[in-house]
Design a protein around this ligand. Sequence first.
Ligand code: PSU
Ligand code: MN
Length: 302
Amino acid sequence: MIRLTDEIKSAIADGKPVVALESTIIAHGMPFPQNLEMAREVESVVRNHGAIPATIAVIDGELRAGLSDAELTHFAKTGPSIVKVSTRDLPFVVARKITGATTVASTMRIAAMAGIHVFATGGIGGAHRGAEKNFDISADLIEFSQSNVAVVTAGAKAILDLALTMETLETFGVPVVGYGTDDFPAFYSRGSGHKVPMRCDTPQQLAALMKAKWQMELKGGVVVANPIPKDSEIPSAEIAPTIEKAITEANAKNIIGKNVTPFLLAHLAEITQGRSLKANIALVMNNAKLAAEIAVAYAQVR
Ligand code: PSU
Ligand code: MN
């Protein structure tokens, strides 16, 4: 069902640390060539911290974990014209043998199918502002109730409604763990003013939490909320007006559904003249490092 590289296949079989990575962030989250540089670098950060990277995508209808450099380049160069594949899209792209970039939700699902329990991303999707009316709640949140994967994320973007996002995760029984923080991080900014329900300060503590959750057969994932490094942060007072602008623009242009997140990311990068993109890349690397450390710790206790 899933094609794994030999390296990833034997690592999973031997219980060695493996970290899943998503492909939507490459095709839809960042422009070329920064997306390709990011995709290569994030894999080497995972390796440098003792785990094996498994970038996940769908290629010609085949679920894949572990892409070649040529394949990474294809996703990076083709960009947004590649299908953005969330969980609902998996049956269609597989049946039609389509190539697609996987979101947090579908990457979690494929990782879980393959037996990978740790995943590094930039930021998870969430409940968009106005979700109480337009029901725009990312399938990422629902996937956390389904797939046994810990996802390292820099919180969720302030383009979302963070209070609704936290409420939704609570409803689905998803542990949201602040890593070294009591404050849920807001992607570009280290804090959001929303408290996390629990906190861990070491990869070992997280590994113990994951083991406890899955030993009890509590199905679903863990949100590991890891704040952006201080020197890359854009303070919320600075980014907030920019976010307002981007959302107004998206509404005026009638951008809806799966185009909302990519539009807002691209628009923010434009308005901040690349500063938001730089921050985005820095937080991805920071998440990859922690994910590798968690994978190493989990491999020791599972
Ligand atoms: N956050 C980022 N960059 C991204 C995404 C999130 O910093 O590219 C992507 C992820 O793949 C996430 C998806 O799963 O956006 C959420 O999209 P939506 O809001 O349409 O569910
Ligand atoms: Mn959405």
